[in-house]
Design a protein around this ligand. Structure first.
Ligand code: TPP
Ligand code: MG
Length: 395
């Protein structure tokens, strides 16, 4: 029977955006910003085997991706890549989740997940081939078990859900993981993916990094309740974790993956973190962001709390520091040398990957473009017209 709602049902619209204190108090956490290890009955068993060396390895991963991130911005500023979307502040969310994965799980990410790319064993310069504009995918997705980066906001959640249905049909016990942002949760695609995943109980993990901003729009504009609260409305269990706590993120992701592998269906994780940098190198957040917010989150740095924890354990030794410094320096030097050496592709390759089968329209565009390029002395570098006096120059 159709239920009629009394006005009282509409009276209780809860006050808008949560305060920072309410939000912080709602998060599952294992490491306080001070480095203190907080007992957590639900999460503890999932990371019980991690000793200081294993936690040190997570720290080293985070230090390396922070350094690669800085290199990304520098390479963009030097004209070596066209664009860079910084991950500064999101190191724990990316490493904690990605290090929970098995190699046969499949990742569908957005553009910001360089840390996940790193954890999948892809060379950082392969990623930079994408940002240099020479390829649509810097790696073989089937080798890395990671799809090309998705720039269409939220679309990858549908791909992950479909892939997860395939895993289910194969009777395998792998999982698909979709990485997306707070802003993406307003997209139809993400909501459709959740409906589908819940209906078919697909083995997919929805991993939302709530970094508090969707370009210049604060998360409170689109979500006046926690984003994690939306998933149960679709029939998907969710957890809200401190996204700057690498242990809590690792434990939460392991729980969700275990559920996926054992027939428990989809899960949703909201990792609450903060985008410390600009949206991309084409953005200037000083135009829309209160510097006090940045300062607040600087006190919750994901690396600093692991360092403090390891120091308390006597494990952040001079030798360990030296090892991390060498690993980050090496990663930075490699990505820089390899990115600068990326060869320009043949411009005609542009036409090779658009359609599965050739057709007359494409052939015409191809020959028009070939004719256009032939006006230049170096067809691989259009924009450099031939100088007067050179043979065969078109002027
Ligand atoms: C379908 C679609 N709409 C709009 C855009 C433009 N756009 C690029 S990034 C972005 C914000 C995304 O924010 P969020 O999901 O929070 O991810 P974040 O960038 O913070 O990692 C938007 C709207 C897009 N790429 N695709
Ligand atoms: Mg965001």
């Amino acid at each position: 029977m159709l239920q009629t709602q009394t006005p009282a049902h509409f009276a209780g619209r809860e006050s808008s955006t949560q305060t920072d204190a309410t939000e912080q108090a709602s998060l599952a956490r294992m490491l306080a910003p001070s480095g203190e290890r907080l007992p957590n009955a639900e999460l503890d068993p999932w990371v019980a085997e991690l000793d200081a060396a294993a936690i040190g390895a997570l720290y080293q991963d985070m230090a390396i991706i922070r350094r690669l991130d800085a290199e990304g911005t520098a390479l963009q500023r030097q004209g070596q890549i066209a664009l860079w979307p910084p991950l500064l502040g999101q190191e724990a969310a990316q490493i904690g989740s990605a290090r929970a994965l098995r190699s046969d799980d499949f990742v569908f990410s957005s553009y910001r997940e360089m840390g996940v790319v790193w954890a999948r064993g892809v060379r950082p310069s392969q990623l930079n081939r994408v940002w240099r504009g020479v390829t649509a995918s810097g790696w073989d997705p089937y080798e890395a078990h990671m799809a090309p980066l998705q720039v269409i906001i939220g679309a990858q959640t549908l791909h992950a859900t479909g892939y997860a249905l395939g895993i289910q049909n194969d009777g395998a016990d792998a999982a698909a993981v979709a990485y997306f942002g707070d802003g993406a949760t307003s997209q139809g695609d993400v909501n459709e993916a959740m409906v589908f995943a819940a209906s078919f109980q697909t083995p997919v993990v929805f991993f939302c990094q709530n970094n508090h901003w969707a370009i210049s729009e604060p998360v409170g504009l689109q979500a006046n309740r926690p984003i994690a609260d939306r998933a149960p409305g679709f029939g998907i269990p969710s957890m809200r974790v401190d996204g700057n706590d690498v242990l809590a993120v690792l434990a939460a992701t392991r729980i969700a993956l275990d559920r996926a592998r054992t027939g428990g269906g989809p899960s949703f994780i909201e990792a609450v973190t903060y985008r410390m940098g600009p949206h991309t190198t084409a953005d200037d957040p000083r135009k829309y962001r209160d510097p006090a917010e940045l300062e607040l989150w600087a006190g919750r740095d994901p690396l600093a709390r692991v360092e403090a924890f390891l120091r308390n354990q006597g494990a952040f030794t001079a030798q360990f520091e030296q090892q991390v410094a060498e690993a980050t320096d090496a990663a930075a030097a490699e990505v820089r040398a390899e990115t600068i050496a990326i060869p320009d592709p043949d411009p005609m390759e542009l036409f090779d990957h658009v359609y599965a089968e050739p057709h007359t329209g494409l052939a015409r565009e191809r020959s028009d473009y070939l004719r256009y390029l032939s006006q230049f002395e170096d067809p691989a570098a259009p924009g450099q017209p031939q100088q007067a006096g050179q043979t065969g120059g078109a002027r």
